[in-house]
Write a protein that binds this ligand. Structure first.
Ligand code: TGC
Ligand code: FAD
Length: 390
């Protein structure tokens, strides 16, 4: 495990960052090296979520970095958020998932679409980790096509009665609240805050994953759950509301993937300098240099992409298609680098002595969730041609 990590910066991209960005990177990096790297392999092997990290994630400001301070967030810009996701995902995609679900998929919709009462009730506790949330969009029969969702509610006095189920929900087994997307009697989609303990609401865990093993994934089952109407997010309805949340999370993932790629690249570089075969370090062999040179090239391109996207997001100018391009490119880039760097390590690459194989398996989820690789291609195709090919 490499605990003295320095990120590659071949194009002096640090010059584009503020002093605050660099401080945030340094402090998050140190926390990851101290609290995540030493324990994460063991938790992944045991398929257990390290829940003792929740409080620390709250303390380092990883929950809602860009949410205003008034609501308990850190009031930082989008590049700061991206940098935090990069550093946390260097440790493990599952820990980044916990942070990005809490920030972009739970706090963001409450902040953007919630009533003042909802914001004051939930956001400060979500920011510290005293309360944890999850986001329920995907259903057993509606993954890439969430508009077909079946989960629905009917009005009953001051309450609604919620029925249906959600699948593949990060953090569901331990979440205190779920932001659930469900259709009303007119088939209009709304966000509903469902609280643990409401009768008829259960969250069974999904087992036997080979990917994201240090993250808890589960279902959300609603069997005539009575939810007060005051728990419906009043500010926006329709599929566009959850898609706005996804835009924020996908942007964070574009940075997170860079963290994984950097960790794999550094591990492969260090190993190749130390491992001697045929009388020389394997780093002296052209075939290994080709791998390393291509890794650095792709990391550098991805760094520039996410930085520029962050600038656009700071100005509120980033389009959904631009976000899709970065999520799709950077996760694919990280997957290729994980595969190549694992080969540099030979047999050692398949062991838990190094982080690469765990990253490689995690990325199989990252390339699927928040819109699959192919769905992001179709979003780009739609943007380019004006023709919807979904
Ligand atoms: P479509 O007809 O294109 O759009 C419906 C309405 O939404 C608007 N819209 C957006 N609004 C805001 N942001 C966006 N990114 C938007 N994209 C579209 C659109 O203008 C329209 O508005 P209106 O007013 O006309 O109704 O919708 P569609 O049904 O054809 O589907 C579009 C598609 C395929 C792109 C979308 O549904 C999609 O992205 N599918 C992928 C599903 C997905 O990403 N699921 C993620 C689940 S959450 C998750 O994976 C969390 S993992 C967390 C972790 O552990 O890190
Ligand atoms: P499907 O939609 O069934 O897709 C199967 C295949 O068909 C894919 O290759 C896809 O690209 C392709 N495909 C689909 N439509 C088309 C098309 N029109 N043209 C061509 N190809 C197409 N969801 C949440 O709501 N909240 C969460 O917190 C969450 N966390 C997750 C955590 C993990 C570990 C995983 C694995 C998933 C998580 N998801 C979550 C669900 C995730 O968003 C979905 O898995 C994803 O959107 C894909 O849906 P699906 O699995 O149903 O695949």
């Amino acid at each position: 495990m490499n605990n003295n990590f320095t990120s590659p910066d071949f194009y002096q991209i640090d010059d584009l960052l503020s002093e605050e960005h660099k401080l945030i990177r340094e402090s998050t990096r140190q926390w990851v090296s101290k609290s995540v790297c030493p324990i994460i392999e063991d938790f992944a092997q045991k398929a257990k979520f390290p829940d003792h990290l929740i409080k620390e994630l709250g303390e380092i400001g990883a929950f809602g970095p860009y949410i205003p301070q008034k609501y308990g967030g850190a009031g930082l810009d989008q590049i700061s958020y991206g940098i935090m996701m990069q550093e946390i995902e260097r440790g493990d995609s599952g820990i980044r998932s916990t942070a990005s679900v809490q920030s972009s998929l739970v706090m963001y919709p409450i902040w953007k679409f919630g009533s003042e009462e909802q914001k004051l009730k939930f956001l400060p506790k979500l920011a510290t980790g005293e309360m944890m949330g999850c986001f329920g969009l995907t259903e057993p029969d509606h993954g890439s096509n969430p508009s077909g969702m079946i989960t629905n509610f009917k009005s009953d006095g001051d309450d609604v009665i919620l029925n249906g189920s959600k699948m593949w929900i990060s953090n569901s087994p331990f979440a205190d609240i779920a932001v659930v997307w469900a259709k009303d009697e007119n088939k209009r989609i709304h966000g509903v805050i469902v609280e643990r303990g409401m009768e008829g609401f259960t969250t069974p865990e999904t087992h036997n994953k080979w990917s994201l093993r240090a993250s808890a994934t589960g279902e959300l089952i609603f069997d005539n759950v009575r939810v007060p109407k005051k728990n419906i997010l009043p500010g926006k309805s329709g599929l566009g509301a959850p898609l706005m949340c996804l835009d924020s999370a996908r942007y964070g993932i574009s940075w997170g993937a860079i963290g994984v790629a950097m960790d794999c690249y550094n591990t492969a570089l260090n190993y190749s300098l130390e491992r001697v075969q045929f009388g020389k370090p394997i780093a002296a062999k052209q075939l290994q240099q080709k791998k390393l040179a291509e890794m650095l090239t792709e990391i550098t391109k991805a760094q520039l992409l996410s930085w520029k996207l962050g600038k656009l997001k700071n100005e509120d100018k980033a389009t959904s298609a631009q976000i899709s391009l970065a999520k799709r490119n950077n996760v694919d880039m990280a997957m290729n680098i994980a595969r190549e760097s694992r080969q540099v390590l030979g047999g050692m690459g398949i062991t838990g002595e190094y982080s690469i194989m765990r990253h490689m398996m995690n990325l199989e989820s990252v390339i699927t969730y928040e819109g699959t690789h192919d769905i992001h291609l179709l979003i780009l195709g739609h943007d380019i041609t004006g023709h919807n090919a979904f």
